[in-house]
Design a protein around this ligand. Structure first.
Ligand SMILES: [Zn+2]
Ligand SMILES: [Zn+2]
Length: 463
């Protein structure tokens, strides 16, 4: 029995783990790399296995860095089962279609106007490829064990990261006939998040593959963060500038809408128009509406009271690109737009139009990968490049850690300490190298279990 680390090793994106026993071969996640052209070239490299030989893909959640190469896998011959929850399937379809669409447009633009300074980029996959891969998806609820073969059993548990996100427990028989249990954390959420539940604690495992995104950081308190957001919105409203919130279309956007809805319900905020300038986020919000069973208690209670947690009187959904462009004429508004790390999408135009203005407030609510414009804003670089031109960064930049979709160092420690039956080994993945090293160092002081930080491509035998 062995595992090969094919992505998200000493880095945060490209999650993909290949597991092989005498009887089965499967992947856990098949994500794409994100964060700059160099890294994204990796997405076009061939898989080190024949996709046609794979039996399953377990998809922990819909995010592109976990799902982005599934259409490629199917295009290259995969005919097995893609296993995930219902919301993950629906959200993955939205994410993959959106990405295919952007890639096709980018490639068309290049064909019309070939540039010598930028390499031609063919789409990794098309909308048709996404449609083709959807028929391999099979959905399962949290908490039920399922035998896939005589020697392979799995169970999905709630990871509390985005709607439908899962921790994967998988039991496999090794060549000596002994059963080994592997637990893949997927991305672990922050306990206390508003819509999703807290991550499930797992009591037992032989091998744990755990994410480390914020392994060296302690998030600000959630309630403080909400008050900070309220303060920023109230101040900005007084100053009359625009408030830009680059946001991930899934979960973060719904959480922000959820909080603003409560501010308005409680009359803490009035007369501040909010523009949700992301057709993808609007679609994702529809998926959220379809699966209230996946909400935690707070959100369910709100629904019972008859309040739509994702809607309020001054919320405007922007569909067409023309409507989005017209927002340039407005002042004193909130614009929520993607992409979450400012690597493309409509937020780029809004940043271009507003970044040099001192009364602009940019509110960063999610993790910013190195090399992205979002990271440069967080690092408060004084001049930033947008669409190839330089702009002075005069805006007020706020980083709100408390909205993070990932647990912090304390949360990860707590989750790892909850394994009653001591695992044989913990593999730390899904984190920038310095962060993972610091996390591993601190963890080693608390728990006496061998810890390994794999490199991309490493193969480890699991006895
Ligand atoms: Zn994620
Ligand atoms: Zn991730």
């Amino acid at each position: 029995m062995k595992i090969q680390f094919l992505g998200a090793s000493k880095t945060v994106t490209g999650s993909c783990f290949f597991v092989e026993t005498d009887e089965v071969k499967f992947l856990v996640d098949c994500g794409a790399y994100q964060g700059g052209d160099e890294l994204e070239k990796e997405n076009f490299k061939p898989f080190p296995f024949d996709p046609a030989d794979l039996d399953f893909v377990f998809l922990t959640h819909a995010h592109y860095d976990h799902s982005g190469r599934i259409p490629v896998l199917v295009k290259q011959g995969f005919r097995g089962r893609i296993i995930c929850t219902q919301p993950t399937r629906d959200l993955a379809k939205i994410i993959l279609l959106d990405s295919a669409n952007l890639q096709q447009e980018e490639s068309k633009r290049w064909e019309v106007n070939p540039r010598t300074d930028v390499e031609e980029r063919k789409p990794l996959f098309t909308e048709q490829d996404v449609e083709d891969c959807m028929r391999f998806f099979e959905v399962y609820p949290y908490g039920s064990s399922v035998n896939l073969t005589r020697t392979c059993e799995f169970r999905l548990r709630d990871a509390g990261h985005i709607l439908g996100s899962a921790i994967l427990e998988v039991w496999l028989e090794n060549s000596a006939g002994r059963v080994r249990k592997l637990v893949f954390s997927g991305d672990l959420g922050q306990p206390g998040a508003r819509i999703v539940c807290d991550p499930d604690l797992i009591r037992e495992a032989d091998y744990v593959i755990c994410e480390s995104t914020y392994g060296n950081r302690i998030h600000k308190d959630r309630n403080e963060t909400v008050l900070e957001l309220l303060g920023i919105l109230q101040n900005a409203q007084k100053e009359g500038g625009n408030i830009l919130i680059p946001s991930f279309a899934i979960e973060r956007t719904q959480e922000i809408l959820y909080e603003i809805n409560l501010f308005i319900e409680n009359r803490l905020l009035t007369g501040l128009p909010v523009y949700l300038d992301s057709p993808m986020a609007s679609k994702a919000t529809e998926v959220f509406r379809q699966y209230p069973d996946f909400y935690d208690e707070d959100a369910k209670r709100l629904l019972k009271k008859g309040d739509d947690p994702f809607d309020f009187p001054d919320l405007h959904k922007v569909d067409s690109a023309e409507e989005s462009k017209r927002l340039a004429m407005k002042k004193g508004i909130v614009i929520i737009a993607g992409s979450g790390m400012c690597t493309g999408g409509r937020i780029m135009h809004h940043l271009k139009n507003n970044i040099e203005n001192k009364s602009t407030n940019v509110v960063i609510v999610g993790y910013q990968v190195k090399g992205t414009l979002g990271r440069r804003l967080v690092d408060r670089e004084s001049v930033v490049k947008i669409f190839g031109a330089e702009y002075k960064n005069n805006a007020q930049i706020h980083t709100l850690g408390g909205f993070s979709g990932h647990g912090d160092q304390r949360d990860l420690n707590y989750w790892l300490r909850s394994f009653g039956h001591t695992p044989r080994k913990i593999f730390l993945v899904h984190g920038d190298e310095e962060i993972i090293n610091e996390f591993a160092g601190n963890l080693a002081k608390e728990i006496h279990i061998p810890i390994q930080i794999p490199n991309i491509g490493d193969i480890v035998k699991l006895d």
